[in-house]
Design a protein around this ligand. Structure first.
Ligand code: ATP
Length: 213
């Protein structure tokens, strides 16, 4: 996929007639925009709007573009907004490789080819040879890496990070965010990072917007 920025064009979201946030911002390929703000200010809601799963209780307007593609004109499954949540949300009844193969686009055909792609992506996040493992046997940091591998395999147009590091201890947190930012830079993916943590924001080395303050 060619490198594309993300453009939030006069995005405005309200709840019960009260405007939660208004944002216009361009994020370059590989750049991280950090979004901070108090609990309940609408950070997750912004990601839900971009991803296409905003609850109908909200009133939203504005467009979101990935390069020249208007994501807000597409159904959620066609947006390819690569979202990572606080919880890695792995399927417990599938192996690690199974969790990854599931995310690969159907145009990669053949079981061997799909498994090879999954294994290579696993190796790229530091989990070489762990495809056969059951997700329940992994540590929290390893699960977070599997979730990252899965999102990278899903042909994302952007990475939307909803506090994905917050359950990890300090060292792991630092390692994981460096890995995510390096992967985003390598793939030329624009990133939105929702966090409460100033150290995350500093590590992102990009612009910071604060909502609800
Ligand atoms: N489905 C919903 N229906 C009605 N209100 C909702 C719904 N989901 C969230 N809200 C409200 O919308 C506001 C924004 O919520 P949101 O989860 O985006 O905040 P946040 O900034 O991500 O908070 P936190 O930092 O605690 O995760 C909050 O007041 C929340 O209670």
């Amino acid at each position: 996929m060619t490198q594309q920025g993300l453009f939030l064009d006069t995005v405005s979201i309200a709840l019960a007639g009260r405007v939660l946030l208004s944002v216009t911002h361009r994020i370059a390929p590989g750049e991280v925009l950090t979004v901070m703000g108090p609990s309940g200010s609408g950070k997750s809601t912004l990601l839900a709007y971009i991803g296409g799963f905003l609850d109908p209780a909200f009133q939203a307007s504005g467009k979101v573009f990935a390069g020249s593609i208007e994501l807000t004109a597409l159904p959620a499954q066609e947006r390819h907004a690569g979202i990572l949540f606080q919880d890695p949300l792995l399927f417990p009844h599938m192996s690690v490789a199974g969790n990854l193969v599931f995310a690969i686009a159907p145009d990669v055909t053949g079981r061997a080819q799909r498994m090879a792609l999954a294994e290579a992506t696993l190796a790229g996040v530091g989990l070489e040879g762990m495809g056969d493992r059951d997700p329940d046997t992994l540590s929290g940091g390893q699960k977070a890496r599997v979730a990252l591998a899965r999102v990278l395999l899903s042909s994302p147009r952007a990475l939307l990070l909803d506090e994905p590091f917050s359950k990890l201890d300090q060292d792991l947190r630092q390692q994981m965010r460096e890995l995510v930012f390096a992967k985003a830079r390598g793939a030329g993916l624009p990133v939105i990072l929702v966090t409460h943590d100033e150290a995350d924001a500093a590590a992102a080395q990009g612009p910071v917007i604060r909502i609800g303050e």
